[in-house]
Ligand binder design. Sequence first.
Ligand code: ADP
Ligand code: MG
Length: 475
Amino acid sequence: MVDRGGKKNAFAVMENQFQQESFEPTKDIKQAWDAVYKALRAEFGEAVFRSWLKPLALQAFYHGTMEISVPTRFMRDWIQSHYAARLLELTRAQNQTIERVEIVVVPQSSAIEDETPAPTQVTKSNMNVMAEKMDLLSPLDPRFKLETFVVGKSNALAHAAARRIVESQTMPFNPLFIYGGVGLGKTHLMHAIAWAMREKHPEKMVVYLSAEKFMYQFVKALRGGEAMAFKEIFRSVDVLMLDDIQFISGKDSTQEEFFHTFNALIDQNKQIIISADKAPSDLQGIDERLRSRLAWGLVADIQPSTYELRLGILQAKRALSGMDVPDAVLEFLALKIISNIRELEGALNRLLAHADVTRQAITLETTQEVLQDLLRANDRRVTIDEIQRHVAEHYNIKLSDMHSARRCRNVARPRQVAMYLAKQLTCRSLPEIGRKFGGRDHTTVMHAVRKVDELVGEDPSFAQDVDVLRRALTG
Ligand code: ADP
Ligand code: MG
């Protein structure tokens, strides 16, 4: 062993002298800092103060430099980028001899006085504990695995993308953005990826949660003065999965927070997986910067299901249930219940429960009886063709004008009404509706929907017209 004892001692003495001679802030500096600390609290408000500024402490002063300490590196970076400029201004206003403010990291072992020891260094395991304590994770459904996800034409792309992410050693694309209508399997696929990732990479911190929860917990953290911990946790995950991101549209501060998290993770080469009910470009109320970033990686849609897929899913569920359901019944359900997979599953479950309780065999007859209401609702589902026909008749224009390029008011207005009703009464996306109206752009449909909404609010007789049409169509 090399003996460095002597040297070490010499250093210690030197450090000591330094501290005593020139590092210790004078009374003036201390007073200035106290005033600045108060000013920060008044200026940024209690919530920000508690989240970010409270732990700031005067550390040292030398040669015009005031050193302010914070407990973590992350916090130093955050203060540096968000508050440093203002901090300097306030400081200089108090005392002209202060020329610079430096933020330094001084881990505080006694900073947090509760049962968890204060993490001086952020480690994966204490992050996980913190994430759980702050309730930042959504539970994963054990039924939603890759093995139980039935693949068909409508969801093949999204499924292949999920597999790639799970199986690949490197990151094939980032972010992965999965979108599709309600009940088509987005959440199932997200959970399946999370399960597989956790299994394959137990050392990685895989965080799955709904955007709703993200927002709720973010707001809660802000209020409770825990925004720091919140940010720190989300910026240190390895895989971030956010379900139903459309939920944060219009919620500006949540979006802003997510945007920063998103960028920080992408910069560190961490995988992000997002789901939504629409394509990035169709997400209204989401900031343009964020929307374009969401589309940076792979965008995979889940289309409305096909008959084959619905039948495949029913067959898989039947096998799982171990119950006896005739093929004819499954085929009948796959044909009739086209709204979404969730409803299809619900129908089969009801049938199984009924058979279980009544001890009757499942037949086509019992199926029709037990599922009466559901079947009727699915029968009633309106198609865009029907809407166009009805609206054209109502306004006395030609059906072909629904597709034509003519723009005169007495044709254009009914066409807008039809687009509006198509948006309201069918599960078709804006681009799909646009296509059905002579290949128009989705923005045209969006404009039509807004315009009709506006007119409905302004003109009672117009509103009544629209209402009559809606009733006729939905029976
Ligand atoms: P979304 O999140 O798109 O609204 P979910 O993922 O919650 O839809 O799916 C609704 C239900 O349908 C779930 O019970 C899910 O397991 C089932 N489901 C959807 N797609 C499939 C599929 N391809 N294979 C098996 N089950 C599916
Ligand atoms: Mg979902």
